[in-house]
Design a protein around this ligand. Structure first.
Ligand SMILES: *[C@@H]1O[C@H](CO)[C@@H](O)[C@H](O)[C@H]1NC(C)=O
Ligand SMILES: *[C@@H]1O[C@H](CO)[C@@H](O)[C@H](O)[C@H]1NC(C)=O
Ligand SMILES: *[C@@H]1O[C@H](CO)[C@@H](O)[C@H](O)[C@H]1NC(C)=O
Ligand SMILES: *[C@@H]1O[C@H](CO)[C@@H](O)[C@H](O)[C@H]1NC(C)=O
Ligand SMILES: *[C@@H]1O[C@H](CO)[C@@H](O)[C@H](O)[C@H]1NC(C)=O
Ligand SMILES: [Zn+2]
Length: 436
């Protein structure tokens, strides 16, 4: 059943062009194109409008929700062809204001590809020397080779494989410590790219590794007070797929035997803390949904790898802060996602994120909004953010949604990698200098 189509037909008597057939990117061997795809930005101002958007999201695989439905805030939805027309009809009928926020998604993706293709020689050369820079988005292989090389060249960096993805790829982090043997230092665990299409998140993560390792004289106090564990790509299968086949891929690449052939789960709905159990549903049981929580908690080896690493080291490492990097929206979010009730230490969480966001703003004038994720944005359950705090492993846990606010969304131009990473690192330095 196609909820969108039915609602659109109800909304308008004239019959519309027949809806495009379901498109399963994994079936196609070539790269997914986005001809005619637009992103609509809708503003729901009543609970019933939010629930209508939720119905559209759950009942229709042709709509790609770039952000989750929420009250008195924007919801970005990508659609094309007849679905786009149907969506506009439904929004108008329910008096949900909207505008086109990205008029031509395909153009953005093609521009990104063309720029990377033009730089291919440069990228290959860099990669052969195990180098990356932050003028471009690099492939998984390049990031992995670089990580290994940084580990080989620097005695204060340890490269640790914490698990394997569904398709057997390594899940690899860098431990950066000044090697003074002080294992009681507070440890900051930064993870990124659990959602495959959010490329800026891993770019910012590798930038911070580089700054901590190769520019330590600019901030010598940091590694004297804390250790860093930085995992640039939590979801390597999805990340590789977003490069090879579908730029808008979000989930993992696991196969949970969906009748419709849908692949993957949202690893960021797959942790066991409040899995499937939020006050208001913040994940989906539909295998085709972008927020499919998986058949059970930790069904995804990528989520399980984080749990296993944190758990195995809980005695030796003084886990203090967990920060997971996403895009987009410019938010510095604290728990909870599953309830609008606040954590016991919310005041401390909030004030640290406020100070960090101020430092971030000071760098390039980029505005981040702080607060509890369920309050500022929408409900989520089974997230790593809630798990990190709720499991008791980390007293501080955050989600950062990096640039931008929707002009480019996931296709953030490569020129913004450096400024975005710089400002993010300013915030992380504030977090590192906090007393734990
Ligand atoms: C590590 O050192 C080698 C040899 O000097 C160099 O070729 C390589 O690029 C270095 N790797 C990184 C990540 O700097
Ligand atoms: C995966 O990690 C293991 C252990 O660190 C390493 O020996 C192996 O070469 C890695 N595999 C790939 C494909 O990088
Ligand atoms: C090193 O850090 C300083 C201070 O943040 C910054 O101004 C400088 O650009 C950095 N150097 C490099 C090579 O990134
Ligand atoms: C180890 O690091 C912690 C946190 O920075 C610090 O409070 C403590 O004094 C250090 N211990 C030693 C022996 O250096
Ligand atoms: C930053 O964002 C907040 C919350 O969305 C808004 O109230 C404020 O006006 C913004 N500030 C600037 C300088 O854009
Ligand atoms: Zn995300």
């Amino acid at each position: 059943m196609n909820v969108l189509r039915n609602l659109a037909l109800l909304a308008c008597a004239v019959s519309l062009a027949s809806s495009a057939t379901l498109d399963h990117p994994e079936v196609s061997s070539s790269k997914q194109r986005f001809q005619g795809s637009q992103v609509l930005r809708a503003f729901a101002s009543t609970p019933s409008q939010v629930s209508l958007l939720g119905t559209l999201q759950n009942g229709n695989n042709e709509l790609d929700f770039w952000t989750e439905p929420r009250l008195n805030g924007f919801t970005d939805i990508m659609a094309e062809g007849a679905s786009l027309q149907d969506l506009k009809t439904v929004l108008e009928k329910h008096q949900i204001p909207f505008h086109v926020s990205i008029g031509d998604v395909d153009k953005l993706v093609l521009e990104e590809e063309a720029r990377r293709a033009a730089k291919l020689g440069h990228l290959r050369l860099q990669t052969e020397r195990n180098l990356i820079d932050w003028s471009e988005y690099y492939s998984l292989e390049a990031i992995e080779n670089w990580l290994v090389s940084v580990g080989q060249n620097n005695s204060n960096v340890q490269i640790i494989t914490i698990g394997e993805s569904t398709q057997g790829r390594n899940i690899t982090l860098a431990k950066i410590s000044n090697g003074d043997g002080n294992s009681t230092k507070p440890a900051i665990f930064i993870t990124a790219n659990i959602h495959a299409r959010e490329w800026i998140s891993s770019a910012a993560a590798t930038y911070m590794i580089d700054q901590l390792v190769h520019n330590s004289s600019a901030h010598p106090d940091i590694l004297d007070s804390v250790d860093f564990y930085i995992l640039p790509v939590i979801n390597p299968d999805g990340f590789a797929f977003s490069h090879s086949t579908n730029r808008m891929w979000r989930k993992t690449r696991s196969n949970h035997q969906s009748a419709l052939g849908c692949i993957g789960a949202d690893a960021n709905r797959n942790f066991d803390f409040k899995w499937s159990n939020g006050d208001v549903s913040g994940s989906s049981g539909d295998k085709c949904s972008e927020t499919y929580r998986g058949p059970e908690a930790f069904s995804e080896p990528e989520a399980a790898a984080i749990r296993d690493f944190v758990t195995a080291n809980a005695k030796e490492v003084n886990w203090a802060v967990y920060i997971t990097l996403h895009s987009y929206g410019q938010y510095f979010l604290a728990p909870w996602g599953y309830t609008q009730g606040l954590p016991e230490n919310y005041d401390a969480l909030k004030s640290l994120s406020d100070v960090a966001s101020k430092a971030l703003w000071d760098k390039h004038g980029t505005n981040f909004t702080t607060g509890a994720s369920s309050v500022v944005l929408y409900f989520t359950d089974g997230t790593d953010q809630d798990w990190a705090l709720g499991s008791g492993f980390f007293p501080y846990s955050y989600t950062m949604e990096l640039r931008d606010t929707g002009r480019y969304g996931f296709v953030l131009p490569a020129e913004q990698i450096v400024p975005c990473s710089e400002e993010t690192f300013e915030a992380i330095k504030v977090v590192a200098r906090n007393k734990y």
